[in-house]
Design a protein around this ligand. Structure first.
Ligand SMILES: O=C(O)CCC(=O)C(=O)O
Length: 313
């Protein structure tokens, strides 16, 4: 990790642990009509007339269903991932609560994620790392991630301030590297490592997941705990579909240092220099406050102290 800015670990996860999540996602994708009729969902053959991506309303509707899946959120907590990330981050491991699922239609240039650094896109901590993992075998034509070796050594690189995109021609680092990444393999990279997707030139939808990890004693941007965007998501609505309480608001049990803090958010919501950011800060603040009171209420009911050791038994 230190010398190149990434690590690829083959066969870290048993395929049998990935398949249940893949099947749940495929069921949603098939219901959405994204797969060729009469094909097996496991083939992931895309109906290109349905092609859509991140910014399209029809994509968002389907993605919201996936984002509600309990297995989707449980996945970054897999013991093998926790073990490996503790080696990098140390024992005080925080799993960022909002993993990202990617459903990438083939042969659509506009859905290919361009070069960027996660430090910029998640307002991350320089000691955080991303795991990228496909939920099925991902040969080069299906569009696995590519990374710019050694690019983590150059700090935040020059990018388009509106999009965070870094021009490949000017990005600093050594060679761009990629290759087939299979189900069970994990690609881990530093949050300053420049990376991009490889175009999906196959006939199949690429389904992958990326999640982030850091030491919980380092500053955490509270936007990572709430939904300040326009999705209308709330943890309560997401949790209403879940069977287990174990991972609900799991981060509330950790002594986190938020940056900006609640007090700073209060000030920013009123006086942030960029006035268009004020409603966003206000939204983060109010969602955090309601999280704190919700957790307090549910913990009081089960006689658990906020921030204390877990006493779920
Ligand atoms: O999966 C992709 O296409 C992009 C993933 C990515 O940019 C990330 O994991 O940060």
């Amino acid at each position: 990790m230190d010398s190149r800015g990434y690590v690829l670990i083959r066969e870290l996860l048993p395929v049998s642990h990935i398949k249940p999540l893949l099947l749940q996602i495929l069921e949603i994708v098939q219901e959405a009509g994204w797969l060729l009729p009469d094909s097996s969902p496991l083939e992931r053959l895309a109906d290109l007339s349905e092609a859509c991506g991140d910014s399209d309303p029809e994509f968002k509707t389907v993605y919201e269903r996936i984002f509600q899946l309990e297995l989707f959120h449980a996945f970054p907590h897999h013991p093998a991932l926790q073990r490996i990330m503790s080696l990098l981050v140390g024992p005080r491991l925080l799993v960022h609560p909002k993993p990202i699922g990617r459903l990438i239609f083939p042969k659509c240039e506009r859905f290919v994620i361009q070069a960027h650094q996660d430090h910029q896109s998640i307002a991350g901590d320089a000691g955080s790392f991303t795991i990228w993992m496909p939920l099925h075998d991902c040969p080069i034509e299906v569009g696995p991630l590519q990374v710019l070796e050694n690019s983590h050594r150059f700090g935040l690189q020059s990018n388009n301030p509106a999009t965070g995109i870094i021009a490949k021609e000017t990005a600093q680092g050594d060679d761009w590297v990629s290759g087939q990444i299979n189900a069970g393999d994990v690609l881990i990279f530093h949050d300053l490592t420049v990376h991009a997707a490889t175009p999906n030139t196959s006939d199949q939808i690429r389904i992958s997941m990326d999640c982030r990890f850091q030491d919980y004693t380092r500053a955490l941007n509270p936007a990572n705990l709430v939904f300040p965007g326009s999705t209308g998501r709330s943890w309560e609505a997401i949790y209403s579909h879940w069977h287990s309480d174990d991972l609900k608001y799991f981060w509330q049990k950790l002594p986190l240092t938020l940056k900006p803090s609640l007090g700073e958010l209060n000030v920013l919501a009123e006086t942030a220099e960029a006035s268009r950011m004020r409603p966003r800060y206000a939204k983060i603040l109010s969602q955090l406050q309601s999280q704190i009171s919700l957790v307090k209420i549910s913990h009081e009911n089960s006689e658990v102290t906020v921030g204390g050791p877990t006493q779920t038994d």
